[in-house]
Design a protein around this ligand. Structure first.
Ligand SMILES: *[C@@H]1O[C@H](CO)[C@@H](O)[C@H](O)[C@H]1NC(C)=O
Ligand SMILES: *[C@@H]1O[C@H](CO)[C@@H](O)[C@H](O)[C@H]1NC(C)=O
Ligand SMILES: *[C@@H]1O[C@H](CO)[C@@H](O)[C@H](O)[C@H]1NC(C)=O
Ligand SMILES: *[C@@H]1O[C@H](CO)[C@@H](O)[C@H](O)[C@H]1NC(C)=O
Ligand SMILES: *[C@@H]1O[C@H](CO)[C@@H](O)[C@H](O)[C@H]1NC(C)=O
Ligand SMILES: *[C@@H]1O[C@H](CO)[C@@H](O)[C@H](O)[C@H]1NC(C)=O
Ligand SMILES: *[C@@H]1O[C@H](CO)[C@@H](O)[C@H](O)[C@H]1NC(C)=O
Ligand SMILES: [Zn+2]
Length: 514
């Protein structure tokens, strides 16, 4: 039915519009047809993948899509990131219990554990205060990863940051400080609190796939880091957590692999390997633009995501996977927009790979950010102007050119850009308020979703709602009930909605012609 109406509407439009309007009209009609055909997917989400772009606010998404398009020698504005093809989108309020503009720890606790927390705090409710060990005892909350594991699903964490960093940390640890990543950070902390790396191996070695950076918090002082060829002062004096992880997996007699470079990563057979610990850097993994892709180098976020899905996907009960593009945030803090955008494009590639090898019928894909950045795209540059370039239509009243991308604050003062290559990865865009590090921003972030129950994200929501939708869609944690009854059909209501929107559209088109 809808198809016929659209065809009719389309024929009317084509017959009455000028040829140069046809491009935009037909594009909009195709879009309209897609949206009218949309039906709620009320299936059970056997698998859930949560993609988290650290610091990926809406201005970052817009600039990254243009950057992606321009790398393909197009004007760029018309390009689409893979997750912009997702059918559902909502907005997320990111403030934490104690901060108007949040950090990555309180927000990760919200979208992974279902409750808002204080900034700086991981996997604890808001009775826990920052850096106060005793306040954390009894305040522990379970993450969606833990809830999924309890239901027999396979679970994994993949990140370009340290595995002990804020976002991945909230998936498995309970820590009154995001800074307690390793033993070397625990000076003066009561012994009842343990560091995040310790908790990962000693209390969470049942996590099936772990890949990222942060090796220095796992290795003992007695070991030379294989890439640095020296020890780092962050290494441990209590035990070697890599050896401990290997010992546990040997004892459990499960197929497992510890890897720290591409050679090891490429040798993992996802069909026969059940557990992976990948620690590819002493600290964070390399920025995508600097990444060594050779055998001594490290995998991309897309490569890690693909391998993780291949391993986790062998579980008949399904899986939960957290994929973090952890260094979009770092590019922005340094006011290096090109770095943030290239990290975002690789993050998008990971989403695309996941979309290609999973199925909408049983896999819920969610893409969101923890918080935004003080990142602006402004001025009146012409269509197709280099997104990393200076505005081509005017200069500032101070007689100096200015870039389309700027920051609200940060380490770089405004200066004369004549003759400077503003597209270089090392170039820093200027910020209005001088600060050593550019800051997060407090406006809402988007959440894009595709697959079972993705329509539940439509609207403006508190950030902790995300965990609840993931749990509800996959019947884990507090929401086992939905899987016990057959899913409710909602096709009727969707159809009547479409008819109303069609009528409204017909009327407005009619008015336009008059
Ligand atoms: C874009 O154009 C440049 C310069 O002409 C060329 O080197 C490059 O291969 C092109 N890239 C694509 C993706 O077509
Ligand atoms: C730490 O938390 C405990 C328990 O909530 C509280 O009694 C104590 O006063 C706090 N310590 C500090 C230094 O705030
Ligand atoms: C974590 O593991 C350590 C070492 O096995 C153990 O002492 C501790 O009780 C565990 N903590 C929790 C919360 O299970
Ligand atoms: C560490 O040693 C290896 C093997 O000798 C060498 O290939 C590598 O370049 C060294 N790395 C550094 C950072 O010096
Ligand atoms: C380091 O080596 C010393 C001497 O062999 C040993 O006593 C200590 O337990 C080792 N420490 C770790 C963390 O393996
Ligand atoms: C370990 O697993 C292998 C293959 O699953 C099996 O053949 C072997 O008997 C197991 N060993 C022990 C000690 O359980
Ligand atoms: C900016 O630099 C260019 C080239 O050095 C120079 O011609 C121009 O006058 C400078 N503008 C200002 C406002 O100093
Ligand atoms: Zn940050």
């Amino acid at each position: 039915m809808n198809n016929l109406k659209i065809l009719f509407l389309g024929l009317c439009l084509i017959a009455t519009t000028k040829p140069d309007a046809e491009f935009w009209n037909s594009m909009a009609q195709e879009n309209l047809k897609r949206v009218l055909q949309k039906q709620w997917n009320t299936n059970i989400a056997k698998n859930v993948i949560l993609f988290l772009g650290d610091g990926m606010g809406i201005s970052t998404v817009t600039a990254a899509r243009i950057y992606k398009g321009q790398q393909q020698n197009k004007t760029g504005e018309e390009a689409k990131l893979a997750f912009e093809e997702f059918p559902e989108i909502g907005l997320v309020k990111t403030y934490s219990v104690d901060e108007q503009v949040p950090d990555s720890a309180g927000t990760a606790t919200a979208f992974l554990c279902g409750v808002k927390a204080q900034s700086g705090v991981l996997g604890l409710d808001d009775t826990a205060t920052y850096k106060n060990c005793s306040s954390s005892i009894g305040a522990e909350v379970d993450s969606i990863l833990r809830m999924s594991k309890q239901k027999g699903k396979s679970v994994g964490v993949v990140t370009t940051a340290r595995l002990t960093h804020a976002t991945p940390g909230a998936a498995y640890s309970h820590s009154a400080s995001r800074g307690w990543e390793g033993l070397s950070n625990m000076e003066g902390v009561e012994s009842q609190c343990t560091d995040i790396a310790y908790q990962l191996v000693m209390n969470n070695s049942d996590i099936d796939v772990l890949m990222g950076g942060g090796r220095r918090f796992f290795l003992s002082m007695n070991k030379t880091d294989p890439e640095l060829n020296r020890t780092s002062s962050y290494q441990r004096w209590d035990l070697d957590l890599v050896d401990e992880w290997l010992r546990r997996k040997q004892e459990e007699n499960v197929s497992h692999s510890y890897v720290w470079n591409n050679e090891g990563f490429n040798a993992i057979n996802p069909q026969t390997t059940d557990y992976v610990l990948g620690l590819f850097e002493s600290s964070h993994m390399q920025y995508e633009y600097q990444r060594d892709t050779g055998p001594k180098g490290e995998p991309s976020l897309a490569e890690m995501t693909q391998k993780a899905i291949e391993i986790l996907g062998r579980n008949d009960k399904g899986f939960f996977l957290l994929v973090e593009g952890g260094r979009i945030d770092h590019g922005h803090h340094a006011s290096q927009a090109a770095v943030a955008l290239s990290e975002t494009v690789m993050f998008d590639k990971a989403v695309q790979v996941a979309k290609e090898i999973t199925n909408d019928d049983d896999t819920l894909l969610v893409v969101t950010a923890d918080h935004s950045h003080a990142f602006m795209m402004a001025g009146y540059p012409s269509r197709g102007n280099d997104i990393l370039g200076v505005v081509d239509t005017e200069i500032g009243e101070d007689d100096m050119p200015y870039t389309t991308l700027t920051y609200g604050n940060g380490p770089q003062q405004r200066r004369n850009l004549t003759g400077i290559d503003t597209t270089a990865f090392t170039f820093r865009q200027s910020g209005v308020v001088p600060l050593g590090s550019e800051t997060h921003a407090g406006e809402d972030v988007p959440v894009y979703a595709s697959g079972p129950m993705s329509h539940l994200f439509v609207g403006t929501h508190e950030q902790n709602y995300i965990t609840h939708v993931l749990a509800y869609a996959s019947c884990v944690g507090p929401y086992p009930g939905r899987c016990a009854v057959p899913p409710v059909s909602t096709i009727g209501s969707a159809t009547s909605g479409s008819v109303i929107s069609f009528l409204l559209l017909s009327i407005s088109f009619f008015l336009c012609w008059l």
